[in-house]
Each structure stands twice: as C-alpha cells, then as structure tokens.
Design a protein around this ligand. Structure first.
Ligand SMILES: [Zn+2]
Length: 566
C-alpha cells in the first residue's frame, strides 16, 4: 500500500504514537503506530513501531487513549449543519425567563442584524402561548426567528413580522397558517408548516451572503473535527454548496479542514433530457473536482419522502388509508440512473418506503443490464422500511446500505410508528438484516436532521436505546449492532461508501493519517460510556486539526434539530 514520497530526497517527518489502544478497523487492535508525512507508515506493537520510526522521530504519548480512524459521516449536509449550529440553542431553556435571557444575551453579544434561534419547546413556556410580545420583551430592536424543536413552526417577534411583510390581513398559505390572536385576529408571531417553508426560509436565504455561508461551512468543519470526524459525504450538493466548497479550497490553500465527497442533487423535471442533462453536469464536475480533499463522486436522487408526513412510497397504505406516489417513478428514474452509471458516477438514492427501495433497486438492476459489468458503487439512503426480498437483492447487487442510527432513536418513533400502525413497524431500520445478507452498511447522521456527533449515533447503533431520553425502552433491540462492528461501519465502510476504501477509514500502512483519539476505550466499557466519551485530539493528513481545550464546538444537545431525513 505504501506509496513513494514525491520528494524522495528529503525524508518526511515521522511521528511515533504510543501508549494507546488502536482500533485499526482491520480486525485487530494495536498499541502504537508511526505516521510519516500525511500517511501511516506502520501500525502494530510498540517495540516494532519504535524501531521502524527511527531515532529522529517525534514521540507522542497518547496517555492510554483510544485511537480510531477518523469518522466519516457518510451522509450529511455541511452548509445546513453549519447554519443550524450558528443559531442560539434554546432546547436547554427550561422556562420562559430562561429562554428570554438566552435571547437577550445573544443579542447583547452580537451586532448581527437578526437573532436566529433553534430548538425551543412548547413545554418550556410556563403554559403560555408563544407570542411576538414575549419575544419583543427580550429583543425589541431587530428581527428574531426561532425554529421550534420539530422544525414545523417558527416563532418570531414584531420586527421579524414587519420584515417578512406579514400584517394582520396577510392570508394563510395553502398547507400552512399564520398564527392569530383569538380575540383580536392580529398576527401573533407564530408561523406554521408551509408558512415557515414558503415565507420564512426563502426570506432568510435571501439575507444569507457568501460570507455567511463561508462561516457556516467553517462552523461545520470545526464541529466535526471536535468530535473526531475527518471526512463527510455531502448528500445534496447544489450551486450554493459547490460555490462555498470552491471558496473554502481557495481559503485553505487547496485543502479543506476535513475531506469532503459530494453528490450533486438531481431534481426531477418534466423531460428526460432535462433530467439527464443534470447527470452530464455532475460528470463534468466529477472530473474537475477530484482530489483527496474535495471530490464530486456522484449524484443524489430523492425517490420518495418520509414516513412521518406519509410521503414515503409504501406498498400498502398508511394507517389512515392514505398513500403517496414516489417523487421518481420507474419510468423517470431508470434513464437517469442508467446515464449516471454509464458515466461512472456513484448513484445515491433516497428511499425510505418499501416501494421506493423496490423502484430504486429496479432502476439499478436495469442500469446493470444496459451498461454491462463495470466497477460501480451505488447506494441507497435511509432504507427505513424494506422487504426481506429487497434486503437480499440489495446485497446481491453490491449496493451499499446507507443508514442513520439516530433516526431510529426511540424518542422520535411515536409518530413514525403510528403512521404505519401495523406489523411493518416490527421491521423498522433493520441494520443487521443487511449485514447478515452480506451487504456493506455505512453509518451516518444526516445532520442537521439529527445531531452530527458520531458517538451518540453509535450508542443508538449498538443498543437501539435513546441517546436523548435514557428512560425509554429499546426500539427493536434485535437489530442492534455489535459496537466494534458499528465502529467499522462508521469508518472503514463509510469510506467504502464513497470509494475511498484504499486510502481512508482504516489505520493501516499507506492510508491517509486521519485519526481521532478518545479519552477512553468504549469497547471495554458499558454502552452508556459512549455518551460521555470525548475526543481529545483529531489528526487529518498527519496534522493535528483539533486538540481538546483549544476550539469551541457545540456540545451534544439531546435531539438538536431532530426532524426528517433530507
Ligand atoms: Zn440527507
């Protein structure tokens, strides 16, 4: 595996790391390793590592820490995550006075033109209704926009209502509602459902500058590094994301703080030609942006919606008798998938309902028939409900199962289960069925629809218990993964999901020296230890990118922005 250094004449610096338990993701634990330049040179026993490192190597004593390959979040949304992290966190506010204090402090500490907050709970308002007046008391001088915890409503103050152009006569949008005072009929500061999506979100997007997006992307990078994540697959790259990535490359001297892979979002248009044109655009970008720091590796198609709002495509109706057509049917999907497969792109298909995974697999199978045998690496995202036959079909096709343990957290299952309402909930998020069938399982968080931290995600993965509310019963514990396996799915297999298995996701000679050091060994502790474990240090390409105590990152907040897979 080891590659010759480009500067054969100048020896690269070597660092010997000792006094650690090293999870290599190669089926064994080691206790020392050597990094030469940006890559691992050797992994194994300390005596051998010391000899190979040589006398001139720098030695780093890891103090008994637990080393593992840097996590790769195999499905995330970097800009959106950074944006969510920049909002005032309100979930911990336990009463109205507390919430107002948080907002006042935030307003005092910034000259920003707007105060954005997230995560507030109705239960923290001392039984009062949220009104613009309550927010005006805290921040009267500029607009305040607060996302509710479930992201289905936004609470704003008077300045924000004025900025949005909403007055007492503004009609409700279809599928949404402008909250009104029951006595006076005046707009009260609450905006529900499509009133948030169609009025608030576009308005806020228009106030977002490139500089803001740059700061959001950096926020995502910083927060990932602080929890041991060294790589991410951005699963819906659009023009704004791409432009932000290019500016980040320029800022960081043609590198990035973490390694980014991107799937270009292909949206459905009326004509096949317009759909396939997006594939050709993605193929051109994949040729242009193709480094170990930023690589456009494929396309993303959202085949259906989500179960919580009955928009996932199911074979049988929902509990209320409704059903929903897929966003992409077989006829529209197949030519796009076949074109992307022929172009050598990776294809990621969002499929949550059991009918959607059927459609996705049919399209991938047909692409295989049309294009013949080739080196392909396709994936299906989420797979929350899936038939046993399709689990086997996915495995036989060599398609990667890309799944998010955090979405199975018992704390967010109530609505999901009641929408299906029958035996189908007994086969929810069946991770081990995929691995038993021989499929590669890659784990991720889908941040910001769920917290971006990998360790709470692995806690849910290995217990099916809630990382948000420890008192809840496990959600189908028979599908829990062995923790060591889960660590492999979040590192080695996540690398496989983005075709980086020859250089990322393992601690092995020749691989890129991306790793993180936890304060203790979770494999030797109770599962709950995962919720307390902290990253001490994160190294990317041989360079220390995070050291505990030197950067500020958002703490794990139970349920931060938990919502729908995106
Ligand atoms: Zn997503």
């Amino acid at each position: 595996m080891s590659r010759p250094s480009p500067e054969e004449s100048t020896p690269l610096p070597r660092t010997l790391y000792t006094n650690a338990t090293v999870f290599t993701a190669e089926g064994f634990l080691a206790d020392a390793f050597v990094v030469e330049g940006s890559r691992f040179l050797h992994v194994g026993k300390e005596a051998d590592a010391r000899q190979i490192a040589g006398e001139s190597a720098t030695e780093v004593d890891l103090g008994g820490g637990f080393v593992l390959p840097g996590f790769i979040d195999a499905h995330t949304h970097l800009l959106m995550m950074g944006q969510a992290l920049q909002k005032v966190p309100l979930r911990e506010a336990s009463n109205l006075a507390d919430l107002q204090r948080c907002l006042r402090e935030a307003a005092d500490s910034t000259a920003a033109q707007r105060i954005l907050g997230a995560g507030w709970l109705y239960s923290s308002l001392d039984e009062k209704q949220p009104t613009k007046e309550l927010l005006d008391e805290a921040v009267p001088d500029r607009p305040v926009y607060l996302d509710a915890n479930d992201l289905h409503s936004v609470w704003v103050n008077s300045a924000a209502l004025a900025e949005l152009g909403i007055d007492d006569n503004t009609p409700d949008p279809i599928g949404g509602r402008i909250g009104r005072n029951p006595l006076t009929g005046k707009a009260d500061g609450m905006l529900y459902e499509t009133a948030t999506q169609q009025i608030v979100w576009p308005a806020l997007a228009a106030y977002t500058s490139d500089k803001d997006r740059d700061a959001q992307l950096e926020e995502a990078f910083t927060n990932y590094l602080a929890v041991g994540v060294t790589g991410a697959v951005d699963m819906a790259v659009q023009d704004d994301d791409l432009a932000a990535f290019r500016r980040a490359l320029a800022r960081h001297n043609n590198t990035l703080p973490i390694r980014v892979k991107g799937h270009i979002l292909v949206s459905r248009h009326e004509s096949e030609a317009a759909n396939v044109a997006q594939v050709h655009k993605a193929a051109a970008l994949a040729t242009e942006l193709n480094s170990d720091w930023l690589q456009i590796c494929g396309i993303k198609l959202v085949v259906d919606g989500v179960i919580d709002s009955c928009t996932a495509a199911m074979k049988e109706p929902y509990a209320d008798g409704s059903s929903c057509e897929p966003i992409w049917d077989r006829e529209s999907l197949t030519p796009v998938v076949a074109a992307a497969d022929a172009a050598g792109l990776q294809i990621a298909l969002h499929a949550i309902g059991d009918e959607a995974s059927d459609i996705a697999l049919d399209a991938l199978e047909e692409a295989g028939r049309r294009n013949g045998p080739r080196d392909r690496r396709h994936r299906i995202e989420h797979l929350e409900t899936v038939t046993e036959a399709n689990v086997k079909r996915l495995a036989a096709l060599g398609v990667v199962a890309s799944m998010q343990p955090v979405h199975a957290d018992p704390a967010i299952q109530e609505n999901w289960q009641s929408m299906l309402g029958d035996h189908r909930i007994e086969r929810a998020y069946p991770w081990t069925e995929f691995t038993d069938a021989g499929a590669t399982l890659a784990l991720s968080t889908d941040a910001p629809t769920a917290p971006h931290q990998p360790l709470p995600n692995l806690y849910v993965a290995s217990t099916r218990l809630s990382a948000l509310n420890p008192t809840l019963e496990a959600n189908l514990p028979g599908y829990a993964l062995n923790l060591a396996d889960a660590l492999g799915h979040a590192t080695r297999d996540a690398a496989f999901s983005c075709r980086a298995e020859d250089r990322q996701g393992r601690i092995a000679a020749g691989y890129l020296a991306d790793f993180t050091v936890l304060d203790s060994n979770p494999l030797a502790a109770e599962p709950a230890q995962l919720l307390a474990n902290k990253a001490r240090m994160t190294v990317v390409g041989g360079k220390v990118a995070f050291h505990a105590g030197t950067t500020t990152a958002a703490p794990f907040q139970g349920g931060h922005a938990l919502s729908q897979p995106a």
